[in-house]
Design a protein around this ligand. Structure first.
Ligand SMILES: [Zn+2]
Ligand SMILES: [Zn+2]
Length: 357
């Protein structure tokens, strides 16, 4: 099968012929229909997160079940599925407490050395490696897609929609009427914005440096926008709200913007870090702020319980209550993947999607 292979940091991906194993017990082989071009992969390409190489990246996808291994009963060949990038065991402490997204065994449930390049075994990325024509995944990662939901929409439910909406509804569980700021109006930030609108936030203030992103933020439900390239974002949000918002979501992945999110929340407010902050960066916040019960927490994958959350997200899409088509600014073929990442780096797209034949 064809796959986009990363050989090293800051090197263009190469389209190669890669072999994938047949599904073993509890595994499913999925023929990829669509894969999203997400910023998280870029962190690995640019080296701000370490990875073994060569590797096939990609972690936001939907496809059609091609083959199932022994003991798989939740899906069958021909089923359309979203592939979730966290595989959970269902038995560890976090799983049984309703936090499968923090499964302690997720890494060991991955399938290392089941992809081969020129006969040499390779690592799998995010339990899936979605920049490939086929993906070998866990049965627990498969979430059925309703017939009338397009695959390019379903694939985005697999990361950006789940991560953004879920940060608001699952991780922060914001009360109706909350005031919210969202820093970064890209694929994840726009979903945090529409998640806040769904959850009944009274004000949703989007902060970004680019005019096209702020315009998109308004379409997705932002009530106010702040151009961080012109104004001091923290001060502006403080002034607009008379002392800060209840919740601020960081959707970029930088220590600086996480610190800004903390600065934007009022006494008793919470900053929620959704972006992937590079492993070398430390987040520093003023200690005295804790006397005002200010808090800062992380949000991973929208605290998803995928077989519960992804179906309701797709149902809201079907009803026209969640914008997903509007996220897709551009569609690419797999061999255009480096161009697709250039467009992401330049801020030209909300989200773009690689469509497979
Ligand atoms: Zn992602
Ligand atoms: Zn577990």
């Amino acid at each position: 099968m064809k796959a986009a292979v990363m050989y090293g940091v800051n090197q263009p991906l190469q389209i190669e012929d890669v072999e994938v194993d047949a599904p073993g017990a509890g595994e499913v082989l999925v023929k990829t229909s669509a894969s999203g071009v997400c910023h998280s992969d870029l962190h690995f390409m640019e080296g701000s997160y370490p990875t073994r190489t060569p590797i096939v990246l990609g972690h936001e996808s939907a496809g059609v079940v091609e083959k199932v291994g022994a003991g798989v009963t939740n899906v069958k060949p021909g089923d359309r599925v979203v592939v979730a990038f966290v595989t959970s065991c269902g038995q560890c402490d976090n799983c049984v407490q309703g936090k499968p997204y923090l499964c302690n065994n997720s890494a060991s449930l991955g399938r290392n050395d089941r992809l081969k390049l020129n006969g040499e075994p390779m690592a799998q990325f995010a339990n899936m490696s979605a920049f490939a024509e086929y993906q070998l995944v866990s049965k627990n990662a498969c979430v059925p897609v309703p017939d009338d939901v397009p695959m390019e929409v379903a694939c985005l439910v697999g990361c950006s929609v789940m991560t953004g909406v879920g940060a608001v509804t699952n991780t922060a569980k914001i009360p109706v009427g909350s005031t919210v700021a969202v820093i970064g109006a890209g694929g994840v930030g726009l979903n945090a914005i529409q998640g806040a609108a769904l959850a009944g936030a009274s004000r949703i203030i989007a902060v970004d440096l680019l005019e096209n992103k702020l315009a998109a933020a308004k379409e997705f439900g932002a009530t106010d926008v702040v151009d961080g390239s012109k104004d001091d974002a923290v001060q502006t949000v403080q002034q607009m709200t008379g002392g800060g918002v209840d919740f601020a979501f960081e959707a970029i992945g930088l220590a600086k913007t996480a610190e800004q999110a903390f600065g934007m929340v009022k006494r008793g407010g919470k900053a929620v870090v959704v972006g992937m902050i590079p492993v070398t960066q430390m987040v520093t916040v003023p200690g005295a702020a804790f006397l005002g019960e200010k808090g800062i927490i992380g949000s991973f994958y929208g605290s998803t319980r995928q077989t519960h959350d992804m179906p309701w997200l797709m149902e809201l899409y079907r009803q026209g209550r969640l914008k997903i088509d509007e996220l897709i600014t551009k569609r690419w073929k797999l061999d255009q993947i480096n161009e697709a990442y250039d467009a992401l780096k330049n801020g030209e797209v909300n989200r773009s999607v690689i469509i497979f034949d």
